[in-house]
Design a protein around this ligand. Structure first.
Ligand code: NI
Length: 188
């Protein structure tokens, strides 16, 4: 089942996330729904807050960008209760987008090498060193679990430049290609 994607301005994107417990109700159904939602909106990653759940879980399928970034070939991963370690201090700038910020793309500086520990949807533990664009996707998605968005990393000047677009998303004036949930209207 496709789920609506919560858009910029909705408080669920800024709230703290709780770890996922093994008895979380209908976890596998939720994971399947998150993949379906991500594929339907042409994303390569989706974090639980983006579908309105403040739990530490993301889904990633980076295979669609494998032609440009070979390290992404066949990389489909359900990441539950992750621990991220930065392995390389040198940052590289690349364009990012986010399903919660339709119509916007900005360059973001991130490191290229990380170590990730996580559990999959069967609660099997994994640990791996990850590099390149896949490391970027992981960092972007895990940011969501801390209530951060990629635009938090851009310069004040760039932020000023996209202010109008951000405002339109918040006001529900942005057309979205996929089912979306806009921020609640402010009381006046
Ligand atoms: Ni995102």
């Amino acid at each position: 089942m496709k789920l609506p994607v919560y858009l910029y301005g909705h408080p669920v994107l800024r709230a703290a996330c709780e770890p996922v417990k093994e008895d979380y109700p209908e976890l596998k159904k939720l994971v399947a729904d998150m993949y379906e939602t991500m594929y339907a909106s042409d994303g390569v990653g989706l974090a639980a807050p983006q579908i309105g759940r403040n739990i530490t879980m993301v889904v990633i399928d980076a295979d669609p960008v494998a032609e440009t970034f070979p390290e992404c070939k066949g990389r489909k991963m359900t990441v539950i209760n992750p621990e991220l370690e930065i392995l390389d201090g040198e940052k590289v700038s690349r364009a990012e987008g986010c399903l919660s910020l339709p119509g916007i793309s900005e360059d973001v500086k991130r490191v290229e090498h990380i170590r990730l520990k996580w559990f999959d949807e069967d609660f099997q533990p994994h640990e791996e060193e990850i590099s390149g664009f896949l490391a970027r996707i992981v960092q972007h998605e895990l940011d969501h679990l801390d209530g951060h968005l990629y635009i938090d990393h851009i310069s004040p000047l760039r932020k000023q430049f996209i202010r109008g677009k951000l405002h339109n998303i918040m006001e529900g004036k942005t057309r979205c290609e996929y089912p979306a949930r806009y921020a609640p209207k402010k009381r006046r």
